[in-house]
Design a protein around this ligand. Structure first.
Ligand code: FAQ
Length: 347
């Protein structure tokens, strides 16, 4: 790994593999490795930041590459459901807002791919994993946007859920990810508000517009609750992710915060959240809510949601169509550096 401050065989930094490794490391190397591990643990315990050139356990690096690349893919694939409505936005104002929002999501993907690259993975590897269906991206982007109200509901609920999940990531222990998230969250906050404002305008409109909003809320509500990931009891990555300060708040706790924050917003908007079991529980100080359909969630995560194939095919085609641009940029960069080298030689 090029970012390692010294060369350690893969897996060497996993505590339970130290014994095997000590067979190939000299005592001096073993001591250096152990000191690096102690330093890493101390930074994590002190709630500090790990930076790209710091030593880190391979498992920490792999977890971050997994999460950050999945997050980047989600932003890029997440451009598609709303992008679908740019040409059909109902006014110039709404069109301008939507273009800016979709463009922001593309930007978030780029910051996140860059953050993942600091961990020693390449953009090509990450994109290949996405295009071959090996990499995950958020379940939520595998559902269709059937009406204009879906665009508002994505802003209100999908971006709302994304912010709830991402604000704690601004305090993530890995510096480049935490810093990328600060800017992303500022933009997501605008996205959430524009969605809510578009829905408020529709709810002041005709009965048909109000019905359209309610229908969109009915279709997106449960999918948004599932976005936070499986229940804590079925979340294999949570315990370690929280120990490392990557995750700060568990899937279930974030989901609960989202429900509690959204109920009053729905009331102001004048829509009903489609859950007969949704009610305030004074004892818990939170809202109770009904059961999420986890079978449907896993079917979608595993490639069998309503739009998975369409989304992936669109991304692959966009990548192939952009091949000539990448080739042209490479050819230009080569010519430029050749020119520079010739100038330096002549000088
Ligand atoms: N969809 O053990 P955990 C956005 C997977 S950005 C698909 O709990 P972890 C902006 C999970 O990867 C939305 N897969 O995992 C926007 C794991 O599989 P693996 C994306 C899911 O990592 C708005 C397995 O289940 N946000 O919306 C999902 O500790 C509007 C077991 O789960 C992020 O990526 C899911 N919903 O917690 C853009 C935020 N949930 O990898 C356009 C960063 C779980 O072991 C328009 N990520 N899985 O094979 C995270 O915070 C975490 O990775 C979680 C999952 C919370 C998503």
């Amino acid at each position: 790994m090029y970012t390692q401050s010294f060369n350690v065989p893969d897996g060497a930094s996993k505590p339970n593999e130290r014994q095997t490794v000590s067979a190939v490391l000299t005592p001096a190397q073993q001591a250096v490795l152990e000191a690096a591990q102690v330093k890493f643990d101390a930074v994590i315990d002190a709630d500090g930041k790990i930076e790209p050139k710091d030593w880190m356990p391979d498992a920490y690096r792999k977890t971050l590459v997994r999460q950050i690349s999945q997050h980047a893919h989600s932003e890029i694939v997440g451009m598609l459901p709303e992008g679908n409505w740019i040409s059909r936005a109902p006014s110039l104002k709404r069109k301008a807002i939507l273009i800016a929002k979709v463009q922001d999501e593309g930007g978030h993907g780029l910051y996140l791919y860059s953050a993942a690259e600091t961990l020693g993975t390449s953009r090509d590897q990450m994109l290949d994993a996405l295009h071959t269906g090996k990499a995950k991206y958020s379940s939520i982007f595998n559902y269709p946007t059937l009406t204009w109200a879906d665009v508002g509901v994505i802003g209100w609920l999908v971006d709302g859920a994304a912010i709830m999940n991402q604000i704690p990531l601004c305090r993530c222990s890995y510096g480049p990810y935490a810093r990328a998230m600060i800017r992303v969250c500022k933009e997501e906050s605008f996205h959430q508000r524009q969605g809510y404002e578009a829905l408020l305008a529709m709810m002041k409109g005709t009965q048909a517009q109000q019905d359209m909003v309610q229908d969109a809320v009915n279709r997106w509500w449960w999918k948004c609750l599932a976005m936070f990931g499986p229940p804590d009891t079925d979340s294999p990555n949570s315990v370690q992710g929280m120990r490392w300060g990557i995750k700060r708040i568990s899937n279930d706790d974030l989901r609960q915060k989202f429900v509690d924050a959204t109920v009053p917003q729905a009331r102001i908007l004048g829509v009903t959240l489609p859950d007969p079991e949704l009610k305030w529980n004074a004892e818990r100080g939170h809202h109770d809510y009904g059961n999420i359909d986890w079978d449907e969630f896993w079917a979608t995560v595993n490639g069998n949601g309503p739009c998975n194939k369409e989304r992936l095919a669109t991304r692959v085609k966009a990548h192939q169509d952009g091949q000539w641009v990448r080739e042209a940029a490479m050819a230009h960069a080569q010519k430029k550096s050749a020119r520079l080298a010739a100038q330096q030689e002549a000088a």
